[in-house]
Design a binder for this molecule. Structure first.
Ligand code: NAD
Length: 266
């Protein structure tokens, strides 16, 4: 393959922030960005998971710095952004942190509602805003937010989760038109059902172990709904993140990319 073309899909010489890098899609995204040549600045509320991700990225040849960050605190996000910028600037910023809880609207679970909005919506909003400030001053950069198939399709119990993801799509578009003239791109990745701790916690028994038979049954049901007849792996989502982070997508902004195996085609 032509080396110049290959380099366009890479992140050599770039610094990439990944928030929510301690697990699942965020971890795979961080390691993938590292494999693509980026220096990494990783944040998450889970410090042990963050250290494990950094070890994996370093094993793949990447530089990686970590710092605890709770995205429910906008001041902490700004402090994290300032620290990341002080490392020599930020070229890519991926907001991947997220939480889920299932409850029907009539249950009026105000605590779960607030928790989901604080992390998925406000955390993404303030993270994207902090990144946009840094990148606007530099005149370039790529911001990637994490949406979901749920943004387009209602599911019983997921009103709070899905509305945050629909809002992420709109904040992505709005920020794209605000900072596009400054050379900054803003996109979202909306994964389909992907095998990570976020979904597997539902199949854990009282001892913490995964009920494999139950997991296979649920995953088979999800796979049957996908045109490609399979569920997602974190690397499927990380590759979409890499495309949006790299110069290969230099004319792409304000878009929602949906690696979902063909479950939802809005
Ligand atoms: N797994 C799926 O099927 C799926 C589908 C669609 C969208 N998503 C989205 O992908 C993203 C990653 O999910 P995942 O499946 O990898 O889940 P995960 O649970 O494996 O990872 C989520 C990460 O977010 C971090 N986090 C949670 N609260 C935080 C906070 N307050 N501050 C900082 N970090 C915090 C967690 O510590 C964890 O490392 C989420 O935004 C999720 O909504 C996942």
């Amino acid at each position: 393959m032509d080396q110049g073309l290959l380099a366009t899909f890479g992140l050599k010489g770039r610094r990439a922030v990944v928030i929510g890098a301690a697990s699942g899609i965020g971890r795979e995204t961080a390691v993938t960005f590292g494999r693509a040549g980026a220096a990494l600045v990783l944040g998450d509320v889970d410090e042990a998971g963050l250290a494990e991700t950094a070890d994996r990225a370093r094993a793949a040849g990447a530089e990686a710095l970590t710092r605890r960050l709770d995205v429910r605190d906008p001041g902490a996000i700004q402090a994290f952004a300032d620290w990341a910028d002080a490392q020599g600037g930020v070229d890519v910023w991926a907001n991947v942190a997220g939480v889920i809880a299932s409850f029907e609207m009539v249950e009026a679970d105000t605590a779960a509602f607030d928790r989901i909005l604080d992390v998925n919506l406000k955390g993404t909003y303030w993270g994207a805003a902090a990144a946009a400030r840094i990148m606007s001053a530099r005149g370039r950069g790529s911001i990637i937010n994490t949406s979901s198939t749920g943004a387009d399709n209602p599911s019983p119990g997921l009103s709070a989760y899905s509305l945050t993801k629909a809002a992420v799509n709109m904040l992505t578009r709005t920020l794209a038109v605000e900072v596009g003239p400054k050379g900054v791109r803003v996109n979202a990745v909306a994964p389909g059902y992907t095998d990570t701790p976020m979904v597997t916690h539902r199949f854990r028994g009282p001892d913490g172990g995964i009920d494999q038979a139950r997991k296979e049954e649920i995953f088979a049901g999800r796979a049957a709904k996908a045109a490609l007849r399979r569920t997602g792996e974190p690397i499927d989502i990380a590759m979409a993140m890499l495309y949006l982070a790299s110069d290969a997508s230099s004319f792409v902004t304000g878009q929602v990319l949906r690696p979902n195996g063909g479950t939802s085609m809005p």
